[in-house]
Design a protein around this ligand. Sequence first.
Ligand SMILES: [Zn+2]
Ligand SMILES: [Zn+2]
Length: 305
Amino acid sequence: MRQSGFATTSAPIPAQDSTRFVHKSVNMKDLADLHIHTTASDGAWTPTQVVQAAADKGLGAIAITDHDTIDGLSEALEAGRRAGVIVVPGLEISAIHGAKTEVHVLGYFFDHQYAELVEQLHILKNSRESRGRKIVEQLNEAGVNITFERVSELAQGGAIGRPHVARALCEIGAVNSIDAAFGRWLQEGAPGYVPRYKISPNDAVRLILNAGGAAVCAHPGKQVGDEILVEMIDQGMCGVEARHPDHGPVTTRYYEKFAAKRALIATGGSDSHCIQGGKRTDIGSVTVSVDVVDQLKEAAAQRRK
Ligand SMILES: [Zn+2]
Ligand SMILES: [Zn+2]
């Protein structure tokens, strides 16, 4: 019964260049951009600025989907009420399938006070720092005198990773190269090895469902194989993000059909960070019909029953 809402608008088949998505004959009020980042994660604009930009464009709805955090939602929802834009509470969880296939899972319409969700997001957000601390602790126990403070300095405010620990090890002369630091101290089986905290795509889907939300695989065309999608569908995932700036027309079409065949919701959004790595993706440059918002809301409500 569920299907993509695209058929109800005359929005064009998306092209590679996402700035050409907007079609003159479509009323912007009928469109929704369901994938946007803010300063709560790695976006350049605050939630209020994002909502204002959506209002200026006349968009009917947007979803705020920050990486592993829901910290921007309250501000966005409030700004949406003021600006008359529907703001869908969302989030994008970074999951890992197997050893290293990154799978991003979008959640919509969940209860953002649900304790398990809040706790898991807290763990995800802090996992890099706590892993760094644990590595240093283990190295100290093994008799290597580096400090977490020095490792943080080497990360220069960015996410702390093993390369920073390796550099600290080089500095004190424990090893004479980064490679040697990994080999002697940091790789699996070495004294300073601490596994990275991982959440699987299936767990991410279940987490969103437990919180009463609708789960959707983000930009599957980037690296997610169909087998992984099928597993996630078995867990209760209800949609795939067919429209995304990294999906060309062929990929978009593929996932629209994939969704239609399996009664999934085909969603879409700009994945706007405003500016990322010098590249600008505008809010509203990739959209779907606002009907998709209702479909996601309905899917979440069905799950809660
Ligand atoms: Zn993503
Ligand atoms: Zn994203």
